[in-house]
Write a protein that binds this ligand. Structure first.
Ligand SMILES: [Zn+2]
Length: 254
């Protein structure tokens, strides 16, 4: 099954956004905590109930200011607090996947970065378990070479910590000079179960992602063909400047 929904509510607010998604025949919505977790647990419960009633699957994008590999401990601590706040709201929203960009390599090599981030993920999972929050950490494939989170790193993290991952197809393209080998990718991710993903048009430079663009029909078609070819069970969250419009386009093509 393929679920389609927007990243955020395009300024409508979460409840109106969920209603609008339903009106457009969509089936998912990613709640954006881009600049901070500004929602109470009571509000989360209310929004979660509405989404459940209307059959809209929710996920959460945790704040952008996250670096689990910062040299400064207080920054790592603040990052973990933001992720845990997102997890708590996620629990009350009924949102399973908590999406975030895990961190930057900084001065460290890839392996040291991996080990440091892995340690923090395991620590976060201890709290999630203790609090009995029904959510999964889903670090995202990132769009810049300076950011931790290529597909192999995240698949290894999933294997070694049992976290999940978010596959941002556009970011993978941006990391690789605009090229993506879907066959190679789907062979790698076949075993992961549900594919929680992001998609949109993207502009990139040699350093990677620059900005998200409107999603072109030919790119959507290509992705949908591969999802079909591999019988994928997936959620596609559209992160373009017009997520609702692009979701409708995607749904028609599907
Ligand atoms: Zn993304």
């Amino acid at each position: 099954m393929i679920k389609i929904g927007p990243a955020g509510s395009s300024g409508l607010g979460n409840e109106e956004g969920i209603r609008h998604a339903k009106e457009l025949g969509l089936s998912a919505l990613e709640v954006e905590f881009t600049y901070g977790v500004r929602m109470s647990n009571d509000e989360a419960k209310k929004i979660g109930l509405l989404a459940q009633e209307l059959g809209i699957s929710l996920s959460i994008h945790a704040p952008y200011y996250i670096n689990l590999n910062s040299e400064e401990r207080p920054k790592v601590h603040a990052s973990k607090t933001r992720i845990l706040q997102s997890c708590e709201r996620g629990h009350y929203l009924g949102a399973k996947y908590i999406v975030f960009h895990a961190g930057f390599y900084g001065k460290e090599d890839k392996e040291k970065t991996y080990q440091d981030i892995k340690k923090e993920i395991i620590d976060l999972q201890k709290t999630i378990k203790q609090k009995k929050w029904d959510v999964m950490l889903a670090p995202e494939t990132t769009g810049k070479a300076s950011q931790f989170g290529d597909i192999d790193e995240l698949l290894r993290l999933k294997k070694e910590t049992c976290c999940h991952l978010t596959i941002d197809f556009s970011h993978l393209k941006a990391r690789n000079n605009g090229k993506i080998d879907y066959d190679e990718l789907f062979k790698k991710i076949r075993h992961i179960g549900h594919i929680h993903s992001h998609f949109s048009g993207i502009e990139w430079t040699a350093k990677g992602e620059r900005r998200h663009l409107i999603t072109e029909a030919k790119d959507i078609k290509e992705l949908l063909e591969y999802l079909k070819k591999y019988g994928a069970d997936a959620t596609i969250i559209n992160e373009s400047p017009d997520p609702f419009g692009d979701c409708v386009k995607t749904k028609k093509l599907l």
